[in-house]
Design a protein around this ligand. Structure first.
Ligand SMILES: [Zn+2]
Length: 196
């Protein structure tokens, strides 16, 4: 039913932007630093991914290194996929940028807002087998995309060893493990196994 997906990193400036593809049906996980659309376009071009093949872009959470180009992607025709737990975080983005960042504010217009329970059917419509789970800890609005082969895009969910008193982090990892996650595609740094 599902063709095998591919995962390619279009990242720059120490941040990973994952292009998940089922054939030419593309899904972008994390959406660039503010004001860096030329760098993003250059990287997508280098890896042979036309911008107009993206069906959706998703931010694992609304911090500027992960969602900075959300509006630019919308303006280029790529809808922004927003989970129910992320809606309130979007307008707060502008509080964390300086004018020099050239952040184009993400409007409420045209965003595709879904419940977690709807995520499996949405991903299936892209040819991807998986789901999107709430994984708070780094921030309340953090989500992870978990594919059924165990690949999981975790944004900035910190390793448990670095979580300190933050119980939400351990709980989020427990949920991911319980749902079959085995290979972590983080927002920063290399791909790594999820050890039990
Ligand atoms: Zn980050």
């Amino acid at each position: 039913m599902f063709s095998r997906h591919t995962i390619v990193n279009a990242g720059y400036r120490s941040t990973n932007y994952w292009v998940v593809s089922a054939g030419k049906s593309r899904f972008l996980v994390d959406i660039g630093w503010p004001g860096t659309m030329p760098a993003m376009r250059a990287n997508l071009s280098r890896i042979g991914v036309p911008l107009d093949e993206f069906r959706y872009a998703l931010a694992t959470h609304y911090h500027i290194d992960h969602a900075g180009l959300g509006q630019e992607f919308k303006n280029a025709g790529v809808p922004l996929l927003v989970l129910e737990s992320q809606v309130a975080a979007i307008p707060r983005m502008k509080n964390h940028v300086k004018p020099a960042d050239k952040y184009l504010e993400i409007t409420t217009n045209g965003n595709t807002i879904i419940r977690f329970a709807e995520s499996r059917s949405l991903l299936a419509s892209l040819g991807l087998s998986g789901e999107i789970l709430a994984t708070p800890g780094h921030s309340d609005d953090s989500v992870s995309v978990l594919l059924d082969d165990g690949s999981v895009f975790t944004g900035d969910l910190p390793p448990v060893a670095l979580a300190g008193e933050n119980a939400a982090v351990a709980e989020s990892w427990r949920v991911l493990r319980e749902h079959g996650a085995t290979r972590i595609y983080p927002g920063h740094g290399p791909i790594r196994p999820l050890t039990a």
